[in-house]
Design a protein around this ligand. Structure first.
Ligand code: SF4
Length: 230
């Protein structure tokens, strides 16, 4: 079997494990609650309502990590960073950086293709108030670990927010945990780097805490680092 075929097989196995997971009872209940209490704009839709696997290019050098699936975003559409304002911001920036073939991420099956990038959340189910517990984050760490083990070309993990940074630092075994900062770089061994970025949530983008130029700067840096370390 070629390395590429092995990567695809391993990623498919991770995806199968993710979508069938019911380890966290509170999150299983919440993802189903969100589905039963749709936003009016999505009233006619059938929600995915399961854990959401990562999505992107199996040969990715840049791994973009968020904190958790959004109740009416990924939990509705079944694809990471798809179907909400945060996804629009992130994927538009990925497009400007040459990592996505279009500036929108609307629904599973919309044809979006990433080249050189992978997107995922540290917690694959939607938590109440977007706040997973420490135990839930710990439980879901297995999938970050498995995905990164399969994605052998990943060189940079762009961590969207402090909790994604913490998840990635935990995966890397960094102790004490290095502090999060926008633009902060933390090498992991000789080949991989954590790169901090404010989360592109409306709370940050509408207040100007994160601008499009700031996000572009992070992604361009990630592309450069990934190329240098390949
Ligand atoms: S958050 Fe992760 S570990 Fe918990 S039920 Fe969802 S997929 Fe499973």
């Amino acid at each position: 079997m070629t390395a590429a075929a092995d990567r695809l097989e391993r990623l498919a196995a991770v995806e199968e494990q993710v979508v069938s997971c019911r380890v966290c009872p509170r999150l299983v209940a919440h993802r189903e609650y969100a589905s039963a209490h749709r936003k009016p704009a999505f009233a006619g839709e059938r929600y995915w309502s399961r854990p959401v696997p990562g999505f992107g290019d199996p040969d990715a050098g840049v791994y973009v990590l968020g904190l958790a699936t959004a109740a009416h975003g990924g939990n509705r559409t079944g694809r990471a960073f798809t179907g909400n304002v945060t996804a629009d911001w992130l994927v538009a920036a990925l497009h400007r950086a040459g990592l996505a073939d279009r500036p929108t991420s609307a629904y599973r099956g919309d044809g979006l293709r990433l080249t050189g990038a992978w997107m995922a959340s540290a917690v694959r189910c939607a938590p109440p108030a977007d706040r997973p517990t420490a135990a839930e984050r710990q439980a879901c760490a297995r999938f970050l670990d498995a995905e990164l083990a399969a994605l052998t070309w990943v060189r940079v993990i762009v961590c969207l927010g402090a909790l994604a940074w913490e998840a990635a630092a935990g995966w890397a075994g960094l102790r004490p945990r290095p502090p999060f900062g926008h633009g902060r770089e933390q090498p992991i061994g000789a080949e991989r780097t954590l790169l901090g970025c404010y989360h592109p949530s409306p709370q940050n983008t509408r207040t100007g805490r994160l601008t499009a130029a700031m996000l572009d700067g992070i992604l361009h840096r990630a592309v450069r680092l990934a190329a240098d370390q390949r």
